[in-house]
Design a protein around this ligand. Structure first.
Ligand SMILES: [Zn+2]
Ligand SMILES: [Zn+2]
Length: 293
């Protein structure tokens, strides 16, 4: 199995001279199994460039797993060119939102509304199937097994573990470790604390021993202090998760829109200095980076 980053930015695309090295497109990861089955994690703007590479191989079958439906994870879907051509098969996987009760078809149909996009959903020529995933229920795609787990974010968000060809990876989507909503003097503090601990252990177990852990590490500690509850992780939380889960390699992603190439280089250098045990296993995700597992 191998994977490649096509988009590593959070929130909004950030093209320009300051983001040439790491890239300015929003989240998208391509996975290829040894049998060349195509699995895509998230459909941010990075999926457009990925789509260009698929045109010569059409008809294609693509399995797109959406972590959650915030714009930066779905906004490339209407530009995934294979949807416009007959004989392509697109399987779009995602959760059923407990608040709206809607399935993952909303991710595409909402963007193809008359006011927002010139082409109507009925004009898409590919066969598109919408499949609902549920926590802990493994989906088989050819030789790959994909298992979703709910991770804390202000909307339903799945982290996905992919096991295939004797190797494994885990991608968090957007994820902030849950914090205790009670104060130590509150009656419910202790019971909520054990609930959080149990949930944390479940998450670490889902990531256990993966060859590649790809985590939302949007913030520095200073930034996080004033962004509690926004739904994102930090460099520190990413390293903590990788340590607890015994991940072989750690990829930090979902870079802040304001983060320049120079900023990310500096952060990488500092993290390696502070965590020498991560030498050769800690990477800042960048567009075009391809990893064989
Ligand atoms: Zn995001
Ligand atoms: Zn999000």
């Amino acid at each position: 199995m191998k994977f490649k980053f096509w988009g590593v930015r959070g929130s909004i695309p950030t093209p320009g001279p300051q983001t040439i090295k790491y890239g300015g497109n929003t989240t998208c990861i391509e996975i290829r199994t040894d049998r060349n089955e195509l699995i895509i994690l998230d459909a941010g703007t990075g999926i457009h460039a990925l789509a260009q590479t698929l045109l010569r191989d059409m008809p294609i079958t693509a399995h797109i797993f959406i972590t959650h439906t915030h714009w930066d994870h779905i906004q490339g879907l209407p530009f995934f060119l294979p949807i416009f051509f007959k004989n392509n098969r697109i399987n779009l996987y995602g959760g059923q939102d407990p608040v709206t009760d809607e399935n993952i078809n909303r991710a595409l149909s909402a963007q193809l509304q008359y006011s927002y996009f010139p082409i109507h959903e009925a004009q898409l020529k590919a066969r598109i199937d919408y499949l609902t995933v549920r926590p802990g229920e493994t989906v088989c795609v050819g030789s790959a097994r994909i298992t979703p787990i709910i991770l804390n974010h202000p909307v339903l968000n799945f982290g996905y573990r992919v096991d295939c060809d004797g190797s494994s990876l885990f991608f968090t989507g957007d994820f902030e470790s849950q914090i205790n909503i009670y104060q130590p003097e509150d009656d419910d503090y202790a019971s909520y604390r054990s609930f959080l601990l149990e949930k944390h252990q479940e998450i670490v177990a889902a990531m256990q021993d993966v060859d590649a852990l790809i985590v939302d590490s949007s913030y520095t500690d200073e930034e996080y202090a004033i962004r509690l509850g926004w739904g994102h992780g930090t460099y520190r939380s990413g390293i903590q998760l990788a340590t607890e889960a015994n991940a072989k390699r750690l990829f930090l992603t979902h870079h802040e829109p304001t983060r320049t190439d120079a900023d990310l280089d500096l952060i990488h250098r500092d993290l390696l200095e502070q965590h020498p045990q991560f030498a050769d296993k800690l990477f800042i995700a960048r567009e075009g980076l391809e990893v064989c597992l």
